[in-house]
Ligand binder design. Structure first.
Ligand SMILES: Nc1ncnc2c1ncn2[C@@H]1O[C@H](COP(=O)(O)OP(=O)(O)OP(=O)(O)O)[C@@H](O)[C@H]1O
Length: 283
């Protein structure tokens, strides 16, 4: 059971949004799809869920081409678009979704709506930007498809609602594990949830792997600038900053012998991502 994405390319006129992307989503993970603005995240998710057609390549969902109804019933994308008639009320929309997705949990959806303070009687058109996002999140958390995609789900949500979303997603995942793909800019916030990351840049997958493995090969080191210069010579430096006389660098590889006065600190997913992007910018 897997989604197999093979040699997907997509251009919009002159813009090459995706270049020969191949990847597999297999087993229950919370995947992170991480990339800067315009990297191709939304296009990739839209192609997987057949909202946008690729120029080249194939997507197979549990062995079936992603254009079949059977395959599409196994995926759900929480994106910016709303597919319900605009004058429909939230409660009716939840019931409509339940009629399309056999495992949709109406009771959970209503409970989640209440936790977010989403009024079930309100018309979808009259929801604020934030509550529009919350409405789509409520659908996503209750739909129970084997593959669940969130495209920048917390856009427009305040800090409290973002935290609630992350908690509810983890609870949902613990109760009914599935393959979740979380596309986000807010890497620091989502880092604790993500166990496998795809890093996408300019339409191509730059790195992928279990987040622990990605981070294992990199570390942050800081210390007096002169000692750092010496230590870093010949090492694979991803990024460095100097503040006053103190230099901090993200380094790929093994730390080796650490001279006196230099200190290793842990690498986190956001630092790793930013370092990689800086390294690519320099190329
Ligand atoms: N419908 C479209 N028409 C023209 N260009 C498009 C269209 N959709 C996407 N693009 C372009 O394709 C590239 C990839 O866009 P995409 O929205 O997939 O990136 P993204 O990683 O989701 O970005 P962001 O994080 O800013 O939402 C961008 O250069 C974008 O301008």
């Amino acid at each position: 059971m897997a989604i197999e994405i093979t040699h997907i390319s997509k251009s919009f006129k002159e813009t090459r949004a995706l270049r020969d992307v191949s990847l597999t989503l297999e087993g229950n993970h919370i995947y992170g799809l991480l990339g800067n603005n315009g990297a191709g995240k939304s296009t990739l998710l839209s192609i997987i869920t057949d909202r946008v057609r690729a120029d080249e390549g194939t997507v197979r969902i549990d062995g079936k081409e992603n254009r079949s109804d059977e395959a599409l019933a196994r995926v759900f994308l929480v994106g910016e678009q709303n597919f319900f008639p605009e004058d429909m009320r939230v409660k009716k929309a939840l019931r409509t979704a339940a009629s399309f997705y056999p495992d949709f949990d109406i009771a959970l959806a209503e409970r989640t709506a209440e936790q977010f303070g989403l009024n079930l009687k309100q018309k979808i058109t009259s929801l604020s930007t934030g509550y529009g996002s919350i409405f789509r999140i409520v659908l996503g958390l209750a739909v129970n498809t084997p593959y669940l995609f969130f495209d920048e789900p917390v856009l427009g949500l305040d800090a409290q609602h973002r935290e609630l979303f992350y908690r509810l997603l983890l609870e949902k995942y613990a109760e009914r594990p599935c393959a979740v793909v979380l596309s986000t800019h807010l890497i620091a916030e989502a880092a604790n949830l993500i166990d496998y990351a795809f890093i996408i840049r300019s339409g191509a997958i730059l790195r992928q792997g279990p987040t622990e493995d990605l981070m294992e090969g990199a570390y942050t080191v800081s210390g007096p600038a002169a000692a750092m210069e010496q230590y870093l010579s010949g090492r694979h430096v991803l990024s460095e900053t100097t503040l006053g006389g103190l230099k901090t660098a993200c380094v790929q590889g093994q730390p080796g012998h650490m001279p006196d006065g230099l200190e290793i600190t842990g690498m986190n997913l956001q630092d790793y991502f930013i370092s990689l992007m800086k390294e690519e910018d320099r190329k």
